[in-house]
Design a protein around this ligand. Structure first.
Ligand SMILES: Cc1cc2nc3c(=O)[nH]c(=O)nc-3n(C[C@H](O)[C@H](O)[C@H](O)COP(=O)(O)OP(=O)(O)OC[C@H]3O[C@@H](n4cnc5c(N)ncnc54)[C@H](O)[C@@H]3O)c2cc1C
Length: 326
């Protein structure tokens, strides 16, 4: 039975960095980046220009394009024999056997065995439903007129009439931060039919800054995404005029594989780990957005992946050192 040292599951920001670091550490790496369904529901897939990091401005798809360049280089380079890239493959099942090895089943029912897993399956931002569908938002999100990530794209609202779609304390804080940083001439909170549930501090700031609160359901998005223009949102009784919008509805956490292994999760479903990404399950490491208590960003995904791959390499080296008689 072939036993791999490390299996990296997920091929977004964290997964690609975990694969690069593992292979360059000279550890044998099985790499499952996910099939087309996994990719389409990943954050990496929806990222266009990355403006909050150096050296990414020229990529139209700021994660996927540079990742592909690096993976192709890895697969052709001096460590190619250590890199087992299962293109377009996802993982459907993981279990930990009595001998301590992980048994990994891919979506073609092939079975693999590995000593360590770095799980990087990520998260996805919750989309608002407009007339029961999440579709109306996408053309505007693709045109970057509607954004999700404050650190990535908050600067887009500079001087713009802005709306935040959300109904929790977090949504109000997103509005407060955008307003304080970029002096938006108008700020509206669109709860899209939900009751606003925010704490006293954020509510007081809403009032102080004169935010408008609209609790009706959104019926349609107004504008022309192709010409990069958002005009606003229509409800049953009014039109809310905005140049830009943010969605702040929380995240769906892709923790199914971690749950199969009974790894400990936090209250929101992120996987709890130590500062190297080690989960409650021996040998299972978590990197990227899936790891609890991290910034949900490309550079944090990279850093967490490096932490985990290096820690695993240290354990592998220690094991080999102890087993050798030299
Ligand atoms: C619209 C948008 C714009 C953003 N812009 C920026 C930005 O400008 N700057 C920035 O720093 N961050 C940005 N982010 C955040 C950034 O995309 C994420 O923080 C980062 O991609 C997280 O990396 P990750 O590897 O954890 O997850 P992802 O990149 O989402 O990757 C998850 C991977 O897991 C795979 N997968 C899932 N399930 C399985 C499975 N069962 N088997 C195998 N593979 C699986 C998927 O195929 C995918 O490859 C943005 C996010 C969004 C949504």
């Amino acid at each position: 039975m072939k036993i791999y040292e490390v299996a990296v599951i997920g091929g977004g920001s964290a997964g690609v960095m975990a694969a690069i670091r593992t292979v360059l550490n000279n550890d044998e790496c099985l790499f499952f980046p996910g099939n087309s369904n996994h990719k389409k529901r990943s954050r990496a897939f929806w990222v266009s220009a990355v403006e909050n990091m150096p050296a990414h401005l020229n990529y139209k798809k700021g994660i996927e394009e540079p990742n592909k360049i690096s993976l192709d280089w890895l697969a052709a380079g001096p460590f190619a024999s250590k890199f087992h890239w299962h293109k377009n493959r996802g993982v459907t099942k993981v279990l930990k056997k009595e001998d301590g090895l992980f048994e990994i089943t891919d979506d073609k029912a092939n079975i693999f065995h590995a000593k360590f897993i770095i799980l990087c399956t990520g998260v996805m931002d919750v989309q608002p439903k407009i007339n029961g569908s999440i579709e109306p938002i996408f053309q505007y999100a693709n045109a970057q007129l509607i954004d999700y990530c404050l650190r990535c794209d908050g600067h887009h609202v500079l001087g713009k009439k802005t709306a935040v779609i959300g109904h929790t304390t977090s949504a109000v804080w997103v509005a407060v931060m955008l307003f304080e940083r970029y002096q938006c001439p108008e700020m509206t909170i669109l709860t899209n039919g939900e009751e606003l549930q925010c704490d006293e501090e954020s509510q007081a700031l809403m009032i102080r800054y004169g935010f408008k609160l609209v609790s009706e359901k959104i019926e349609s998005v107004l504008g022309d995404a192709k010409s990069k223009k958002l005009d606003g949102f229509k409800t049953a009784t009014q039109i809310i005029s905005t140049d830009f919008a943010f969605v702040a509805l929380g995240m769906i956490v892709y923790n199914e594989l971690a749950k199969m292994l009974s790894a400990e999760l936090d209250q929101r479903g992120f996987v709890s780990t130590d500062n190297k990404g080690k989960s409650s399950i021996d040998g299972l490491y978590i990197a990227g957005d899936l790891r609890a208590n991290t910034k949900k960003q490309i550079y944090t995904a990279w850093d967490t992946a490096v932490d985990s791959a290096d820690e695993i390499n240290m354990l592998i080296r220690r094991q080999k050192r102890n087993a050798s008689s030299i």
